[in-house]
Design a protein. Structure first.
Length: 138
């Protein structure tokens, strides 16, 4: 598989700041800055559930043989905290990734969970300090 570099102008991704290129490759989504440096702040989950405890700002599900859940912990509902959760395996269409909250937090004002159900799909969430909001996704 060949890496595909996409030039970006003033894109902000979570707490990793402004990026100049986003690279989609077999290992997931990474960013490159003008110096050619690559950001490696990704937690990779191989066929397991996960949560925001000790997770980086980007969470990649690298293998899916069953539906999986990623839980947004109450303690991580901090103003401007962001998570990019994505299906690196390409199997979310068959084995959905559910994003849930641990407590009374809502996602876009709803108490319902959300799901990544498209192969290679993603959701980008941001907290207002009380609840979560979807700021991007497929």
């Amino acid at each position: 598989m060949v890496d595909v570099a996409v030039p970006i102008t003033d894109l902000l991704i979570g707490d990793i700041g402004k990026v100049d290129q986003v690279v989609f490759d077999q290992s997931g989504i990474t960013k490159r800055d003008d110096s050619g440096g690559v950001d490696q702040k990704t937690t990779r989950l191989s066929d397991t559930n996960g949560n925001t405890t000790n997770a980086q700002s980007k969470i990649a599900f690298t293998a899916l043989s069953n539906p999986r859940t990623f839980t947004l912990q109450t303690a991580d509902t901090i103003l401007d905290n962001e998570y990019l959760i994505y299906d690196e395996s390409g199997l979310a269409g068959m084995h959905n990734i559910t994003i849930a909250t641990e407590g009374s937090q809502t996602i876009n004002g709803s108490a319902s969970n959300i799901s990544i159900s498209a192969n290679f799909g993603f959701v980008h969430l941001k907290s207002d300090g009380t609840d979560w909001f979807i700021i991007g996704g497929v």
